[in-house]
Design a protein around this ligand. Structure first.
Ligand code: HEC
Length: 223
């Protein structure tokens, strides 16, 4: 049996969550002026530290709906393309604001690709298997590793930090040995250390194009 009280409560919650309901929309075009499909548009509410991400459609259009009023920073993520973020975008309740982006050519960075692409493209060397099997179960290599340059001791230190903080999965008794710790620190130093020989862009790796997968239209509706 449906409870009228519960339905009333649900209606109330919906009413507050859409009361402000401001919208940001616009079009994203590339260096050639053509619409850019499947670019991430991210609206970050400064006060709430809340980010809403949407994708552009086949016409390069995007809509970020149901936003609470506030001060927003709008940025774009599209591998190989870049644009200055738009900061200080003020949204009043129920306001519709429009902002278009004209993207310029940029470099595809290691931080831009997916975990799966990274597993395929990062060179095989001592310690890669540890990184893939023992570390990537929790997080990727992009933000936590590829985004920072550290020396060998710096990487050893971060591995020890993980072994301590993530004891439940990275303790000796769980089969994670000192040797594996040393191997993965070695690999991270080879890839993301000061003397790394890793190409600056994953597009320089053989087989890069084969790692690009088509994004189906339904996926563009993900918010
Ligand atoms: C059980 C989950 C888990 C596992 C397994 C794990 N990590 Fe982490 N890792 C985290 C979390 C959560 C954070 C964020 C915590 C923080 O930044 O303090 C993190 C942060 C990091 C950072 C960033 C630390 C910093 O100072 O910015 C590095 C580097 C890192 N992990 C490397 C590794 C490596 C290498 C392995 C494999 C040996 C690994 N992690 C395994 C969960 C895990």
């Amino acid at each position: 049996m449906r409870s009228p009280a519960l339905l009333g409560l649900l209606g109330f919650v919906l009413a507050i969550s859409t009361a402000d309901a401001a919208t940001i929309s616009g079009t994203v075009t590339g260096p050639d002026g053509a619409p850019v499909r499947a670019a991430f548009v991210q609206a970050r509410h400064a006060g709430m530290k809340m980010t809403v991400s949407v994708l552009t459609d086949n016409q390069g259009k995007y809509v970020v709906e149901n936003l609470p009023a506030g001060d927003y920073r709008l940025s774009i993520r599209a591998p190989g393309l870049r644009a200055e973020p738009k900061s200080g975008l003020k949204l009043a309740a129920e306001q519709n604001v429009s902002h278009d982006f004209a993207l310029q050519k940029g470099m595809v960075r290691w931080t831009d690709i997916s975990i799966l692409q990274g597993i395929q493209l990062l060179p095989n060397a001592r310690g890669k298997d540890v990184l893939v099997n023992d570390c990537m179960s929790c997080h990727g290599f992009q933000g936590k590793m590829a985004a920072t340059v550290r020396d060998h001791d710096g990487w050893r230190n971060r591995v020890e930090y993980m072994r301590e903080a993530m004891r439940a999965s990275l303790a000796d008794r769980r089969g994670f040995s000192d040797q594996q710790a040393e191997d993965v620190a070695f690999y991270m130093n080879e890839m993301f250390g000061q003397d790394s020989t890793l190409p600056r862009s994953p597009t320089e790796m053989p087989g890069y194009k084969d790692t690009l997968t088509a994004i189906p239209d339904e996926a563009l509706r993900i918010v």
